[in-house]
Design a protein around this ligand. Structure first.
Ligand code: UDP
Length: 375
């Protein structure tokens, strides 16, 4: 199928991205879709807009959005309303054959709703993940997007079972692997070339990499005070490198804790990092402590220990066969894990099936079968 020449009129695919994790999931799309005979355009909703959370990724991945929305409102609902209207105009003008939406952020749901209202089929990238935690805004975005998608591209086995349980017709569902891992594989040389270990005077396997940004953790003053105590204890195990998400910085300022963090010896706070530096830090970390979704997957691929400070995960393959463990917010419990890791007693984990750098190619092949039925 793949090597037959496409019809002269190339079907147009739109991919809609809006946040840091979205940008990281679509880096191979231009290449694979062009090879499969599609015209492809990238639309940036502007949900993440500053240099650290957006600009650096476009530059590093050499991505250029074909269209960029201007969001006038700041609240999540206002932003979604802006995205609906902005995308509607683009969809009606360009009439894409399919709209691809990665992930689980508000831009994902807004784009899916707009495509649905415009009668354009939707392909959901990273479909089927479920935390079963309705307190997470992302869980609603995932479920609603999946239920209005024509093609559901699943990263891991659990996604198949979740979608089947929700009565999604299984002929729409495809286990393709993980496009976030495609980016790691595709940019391995650039990651290895990052000078970040030297810049921060770090030795391989001798530091802890940490990120926290979920509302459930950082919007709660008591949780942030507890996190401060945890970080203080963890510095006895190793130097902590903590690139601070803008939301976390804002909350630390609001709660009056940021100065205490700034002064803590053994804790290095940085701005959010570019992709290559951050991936190099993951690759060489003793352990990563996080509440991020994507970082659980990247550590599993690297077989680097990951402790996730959350009661649940939508990515169970990072727990088994992966190198991730969910830890509850109990300092002795977490220190116990850190000591196991330090002493080499922690599991190594294995990489889930199809996390091989070729998920984007599989998606392109499925789209080609669907959109070039005569080929
Ligand atoms: N990331 C990055 N720089 C940082 C922190 C994270 O490049 O300073 C990358 C990380 O490796 C992963 C993605 O951003 O690829 C995850 O984003 P985030 O944790 O914000 O979102 P989530 O995955 O939780 O939705």
């Amino acid at each position: 199928m793949m090597n037959q020449s496409p019809p002269s009129q190339q079907p147009l695919l739109f991919t809609i991205v809006g946040t840091r994790p979205n940008f990281i999931k679509v880096t191979q799309f231009d290449r694979v879709f062009e090879e499969a005979g599609f015209a492809h355009q990238l639309i940036h909703t502007g949900q993440h807009y500053d240099l650290n959370m957006a600009g650096v990724f476009f530059r590093q991945f050499d991505l250029e959005p074909d269209h960029r929305l201007e969001l006038e409102h700041a609240s999540p609902t206002g932003q979604m309303a802006d995205i609906l209207l902005g995308l509607e105009a683009l969809f009606l003008k360009h009439k894409p054959a399919m709209v691809l939406v990665p992930g689980d952020v508000n831009s994902t749901l807004a784009a899916a709703l707009t495509a649905n209202k415009c009668g354009i089929p939707i392909g959901h990238i990273e479909s089927g993940l479920r935390s079963e935690d309705k307190g997470m805004p992302e869980e609603h975005n995932r479920i609603l997007t999946d239920h209005i998608s024509e093609l559901l591209f699943v990263t891991e086995q659990s996604g198949l079972a979740n979608l089947e349980k929700e009565n999604i017709p299984m002929d729409r569902v495809h286990l393709v692997g993980n496009t976030m891992i495609d980016t790691l594989v595709g940019f391995e040389d650039r990651i290895d070339a990052s000078p970040i270990l030297h810049d921060l005077s770090l030795q391989s396997s001798a530091y802890i990499l940490m990120t926290m940004h979920r509302p459930a953790t950082v919007d709660d003053r008591d949780a942030m005070i507890k996190l401060t105590a945890l970080i203080r204890e963890m510095t006895a195990v190793g130097q902590i490198i903590f690139p601070i998400h803008p939301r976390t910085r804002k909350q630390l300022q609001t709660f009056g804790i940021l100065e205490e963090w700034d002064r803590m010896s053994g804790l290095t706070l940085t701005e959010p990092m570019g992709y290559f530096a951050f991936q190099k830090l993951i690759k060489h970390a003793l352990v990563v402590v996080t509440d991020s979704g994507g970082i659980q997957e990247e550590t599993t691929f690297r077989q680097v220990p990951c402790l996730t400070l959350r009661p649940n995960t939508e990515r169970p393959s990072t727990l088994d066969p992966g190198s991730n463990t969910l830890v509850h917010f109990d300092i002795p419990h977490i220190l116990d894990y850190l000591h196991q890791i330090q002493n080499g007693q922690y599991k190594r984990g294995a990489v889930p099936p199809l996390w091989d750098g070729r998920a984007s190619e599989r998606i392109a092949a499925i789209l080609r079968n669907r959109l070039f039925p005569e080929a």
